[in-house]
Structure formats: structure tokens, C-alpha cells
Design a protein around this ligand. Structure first.
Ligand code: SF4
Length: 288
């Protein structure tokens, strides 16, 4: 729980604050951008929530913060309601799980609810009430790990649900798995669910394309709010920048309208030309 004595001095006065345990993972900033922003390599409350919607988003950020760095002076009325609202529906059958883990530097985890078997995409903290809520949505058949950094409590979720874990062999050295991806060819889990190897950030990074609409990118690609376009993680590339660039170019071969990253802001458009332009801008950025 965030501590008032460690409250960062730049927080705007009011009920909510960030303390000095913040690791600057960016989670609160994309969930609740009207309230949280970056300041000197940490987050702070630049504006207290002004209405019901902002209060809800602030509390979702609080429950998603991997380091429990977001606190309050008096207990918010909506606290329990928001905690119990996870998994939060993003769109159609795609959910945000919250409860980000410090083991994954606060990476976002998602659930695809699908009648052929639900998929967990990267792992949040193991939190039994969350697992029970996922059970009510049909459980988890597969745990797809986009790469080796964002695996968090995969073992606990595997045991709770009896799920099969999927990871690329190049990132599998320290992780048990049930399904191993190899090489650079696409792997179809379902007809409309394709795993696309995208080496670069790590050698075994893989994106997941669902229904030619949603691209789950792990740490391959995310929206950058200052540049106002998609970018590859140039400053956090652990394997190969040239491979990363090639893997971004490769995405031109696929159709999707929504980018859902592990870290950073999501991006949505209904305009396929706009998405192509975003990919082009990200390639230019990588080569700049
Ligand atoms: S979610 Fe928590 S750790 Fe991440 S930037 Fe916000 S306050 Fe910091």
C-alpha cells in the first residue's frame, strides 16, 4: 500500500497520490491519462479525478499498479466495486485483467474469451479472486507468453486452470512450457488466431493476431503519446535492432485495427490506411 510519508511532492493536493516506490512502468498513465502523468522518471497525480468516470479509471490504475504505489487519504466509496470489476471488458470479447506484476515490470495482461477455449495473454499477479472471476468467464485453456519478460505468475495460473503455456523456443530457456513455437513461420492456434514470430525486442518475441482485428504486441510495438504514433522499443531492445525493424515491416502483411501492447499505450483505428501509415511512421522512427 502506498505510504503517505513517501508521497511524491509533485502530486496535486487531493485524495489520491503516488509515492516514491513508483517504478515508472507507465500503467497508470495509459489507464487514467487525465489524472496520472510522468514527472522526473516517476508518475504523479497531475490532476485529481473530477467526475465518476475519472474516479473509476483512477481506481483501475490503483489496482493495476504493480508496486502498490498509488494511495489515497480517505477510502474511496468505489474502491471495492472497482476491485471486483476486473477483468474489465475492453471490446467485444477482449478483457484487461489488471493486477500487473512487478516481475513483468508492470506489463499488461489480457484475456480473449473464445468458445473454443479462452486465452490468457501474458500473466498478471496471481490473485485468487481474479482467477475465480476468470473461471466464471470460462477459465483459461492457453497461456500465451509474448516473450520471456512478461511471464510473471504463469505457473500459478497454469496450475489453477490446467492451462497449456505457449512460448517461442528462443525465449523458453528458463520457462516450462507445453507448446513450443519454433522458427519464424506463423502458427495458427485457431483459424482466426495467428501467432506471428517478431524477433527483435527478444529473440523469441511473438505477436498474436486475433480475427484480423486485434494485434497483441507484447513489447514489440506500442503507441507513443509525445510522438503521436506507433513505435518499436528502440531504447529497450535486448536482442537485435535490425531484426526488430524487420519484424515491424513484417506487420505490413497483416490486417488489424487495434494494437494492444504489453507496455505503453494501445492504439485503435477503423481506417486500414491509417494503420499502414502508423507502421510506416514506426519504421521511419526506428531508422532515425
Ligand atoms: S502504475 Fe504504479 S509503478 Fe507504474 S507508473 Fe503508475 S504509479 Fe508508477
Amino acid at each position: 500500500m502506498a505510504s503517505l510519508k513517501n508521497k511524491l511532492p509533485t502530486n496535486q493536493n487531493g485524495n489520491y497520490f503516488v509515492d516514491n516506490t513508483c517504478i515508472d512502468c507507465g500503467t497508470c498513465m495509459w489507464i487514467s491519462p487525465n489524472v496520472f502523468s510522468e514527472n522526473a522518471d516517476q508518475s504523479h497525480v497531475h490532476s485529481q479525478p473530477h467526475n465518476y468516470e475519472e474516479e473509476i479509471l483512477t481506481l483501475r490504475a490503483l489496482f493495476s499498479c504493480p508496486t502498490y504505489s498509488i494511495g489515497y487519504l480517505s477510502k474511496p466509496k468505489l474502491l471495492n466495486e472497482v476491485r471486483e470489476s476486473f477483468p474489465v471488458l475492453i471490446e467485444k470479447n477482449i478483457y484487461h485483467l489488471g493486477f500487473h506484476s512487478e516481475k513483468s515490470f508492470g506489463a499488461t495482461s489480457y484475456l480473449i474469451r473464445d468458445p473454443r477455449g479462452n486465452l490468457l495473454i501474458d500473466s498478471p499477479k496471481f490473485f485468487k479472486p481474479l482467477a475465480e472471476k476468470i473461471n466464471q468467464l470460462g477459465g483459461i485453456k492457453y497461456i500465451f507468453l509474448t516473450h520471456s519478460d512478461d511471464v510473471a505468475d504463469h505457473e500459478e495460473y497454469k496450475i489453477f486452470f490446467g492451462a497449456e503455456r505457449i512460448i517461442h523456443e528462443a525465449d523458453s530457456e528458463n520457462y516450462p512450457y507445453e507448446i513450443l513455437l519454433k522458427g519464424t513461420n506463423d502458427y495458427k492456434l485457431y483459424d482466426d488466431l495467428v501467432l506471428i514470430p517478431t524477433p527483435g525486442h527478444t529473440k523469441g518475441s511473438v505477436c498474436l493476431l486475433y480475427k484480423n482485428e486485434f494485434l497483441f504486441t507484447g513489447d514489440h510495438l506500442a503507441y507513443e503519446t509525445e510522438l503521436k504514433h506507433l513505435i518499436g522499443f528502440k531504447s529497450a531492445c535486448w536482442y537485435s535492432l535490425s531484426e526488430l525493424n524487420h519484424s515491424i515491416e513484417k506487420l505490413n502483411n497483416y490486417q488489424f485495427r487495434s494494437v494492444l501492447p504489453g507496455h505503453g499505450f494501445p492504439f485503435n483505428t477503423n481506417n486500414s490506411e491509417q494503420m499502414k501509415l502508423e507502421i510506416k511512421k514506426s519504421i521511419e522512427y526506428m531508422n532515425s
